[in-house]
Write a protein that binds this ligand. Sequence first.
Ligand SMILES: *[C@@H]1O[C@H](CO)[C@@H](O)[C@H](O)[C@H]1NC(C)=O
Ligand SMILES: *[C@@H]1O[C@H](CO)[C@@H](O)[C@H](O)[C@H]1NC(C)=O
Ligand SMILES: *[C@@H]1O[C@H](CO)[C@@H](O)[C@H](O)[C@H]1NC(C)=O
Ligand SMILES: *[C@@H]1O[C@H](CO)[C@@H](O)[C@H](O)[C@H]1NC(C)=O
Ligand SMILES: *[C@@H]1O[C@H](CO)[C@@H](O)[C@H](O)[C@H]1NC(C)=O
Ligand SMILES: *[C@@H]1O[C@H](CO)[C@@H](O)[C@H](O)[C@H]1NC(C)=O
Length: 410
Amino acid sequence: MAPKNHQMTPAAALGIRSCFHSLIAFLLSLLIIGVIYLSQNGGEFNEDRITSKVSGRGDLLSRCNLFSGKWVFDNKSYPLYKEQECTFMSDQLACQKFGRQDLSYQNWRWQPHQCDLPRFNATALLERLRNKRLVFVGDSLNRGQWVSMVCLVGSSIPIGHKSMHQNGSLMTFRANEYNASIEFYWAPLLVESNSDDPVMHRVDDRIVRVQAIEKHARHWTNADILVFNSYLWWRRRQMKVLWGSFESPDDGIYKAVEMPRVYEMALRTWSDWVEVHVNRKAQVFFVSLSPTHQKAVEWGGEAGQNCYNETEPILKEGYQGQASCPLVMRVVENVLDDLKTRGINVQMINITQLSEYRKEGHPSIYRKQWEPVTEQQVSNPSSYADCIHWCLPGVPDVWNELLYAYIMNS
Ligand SMILES: *[C@@H]1O[C@H](CO)[C@@H](O)[C@H](O)[C@H]1NC(C)=O
Ligand SMILES: *[C@@H]1O[C@H](CO)[C@@H](O)[C@H](O)[C@H]1NC(C)=O
Ligand SMILES: *[C@@H]1O[C@H](CO)[C@@H](O)[C@H](O)[C@H]1NC(C)=O
Ligand SMILES: *[C@@H]1O[C@H](CO)[C@@H](O)[C@H](O)[C@H]1NC(C)=O
Ligand SMILES: *[C@@H]1O[C@H](CO)[C@@H](O)[C@H](O)[C@H]1NC(C)=O
Ligand SMILES: *[C@@H]1O[C@H](CO)[C@@H](O)[C@H](O)[C@H]1NC(C)=O
């Protein structure tokens, strides 16, 4: 039972300013640093491969940067599950079901330069989650990762021993035998906003209460493992901030605050909550921004095109599109560093670079269309292609393999 979604359409997202023009110089300098780094380090790690088997707990992660690597075509081990065999697959992500013919997007394995990713073992993860709650909190990208996790784990649990249940913003998958739950809580901006309704959240005039998080946080404060994300909904030049409540709008004070300052304000509220309220024994993760592929010119494609018709990943190492804002990455890094000085370790799952390569991994036009496709759209398919979310099985499975490595190795 996939949730019926009316979230941001690709068309709406296309209208959002992708990033900040003054950043081009910054991007260039990053590129230069990257090239220097690559030329110094390229390909030297193979003699000293660290395998997950021989390393002790935590050792793998302290010695190997899992986020630096390359995609390898591997149709022997991948996909890790079959689309039609995932009981709780979402129609937004089931690309094969909605007509996609080229299926190699399901066959890519992430190969870190310095080591191998530990093999995903659903039973081992369920053992780890016994009597526990694993909760994903964030937007539709995070929900995609949650669906992927439910597919990865669910395929090893027979029907009748698992369930799905929705209550407001909270979706709960349960593995009965383990008394384990894997949940998703809809909060696209983490803090309170007028886009908090899990179904009807397409709002033109977006308003955010950067100082208020308790309405959401009370639902996941006692979780054992927390996985946050938030980026897509902040991709505009500025946001309207409300000091006051949505219930009595007349008493509120509204001010437009520029990005990324407003994002930083919200993450500070989030990090204060994590510091004070979240159990110190909990494992907390923040998934970095998920790149979009809405401008084919960025990777040498035709002007006016996007991810529609793409069938191969980008192979140029270090490729970065302009939709991934380095300033936003920096804000997350700073907030997490600051939490560390206060004794709280929130691990970033750095999916940005590795997902940048996967221009062919998006649903494009192969997903359930919530509104009928017009003749005009049919004549120009790229006009309604979704180049934001990710097909399953696909890229988010790898995000979960990275998450798995951290959950099992710490
Ligand atoms: C994410 O990983 C990429 C690839 O290793 C790296 O270039 C980038 O600096 C990392 N970003 C952060 C914020 O750690
Ligand atoms: C895997 O890919 C290779 C090369 O494209 C192809 O020859 C082979 O038939 C594929 N195997 C499967 C099981 O799809
Ligand atoms: C998966 O984990 C379970 C429980 O830890 C273990 O018994 C099993 O051998 C593992 N399977 C593989 C293929 O490693
Ligand atoms: C089942 O899991 C919940 C957490 O999701 C926990 O609070 C509860 O104590 C567990 N029940 C048993 C019988 O251990
Ligand atoms: C749904 O959530 C609300 C608020 O957390 C709670 O009071 C209620 O008992 C839940 N309902 C069900 C059916 O779980
Ligand atoms: C998409 O690919 C098909 C088949 O390769 C080609 O005929 C068509 O022109 C392409 N469309 C666009 C918009 O690139």
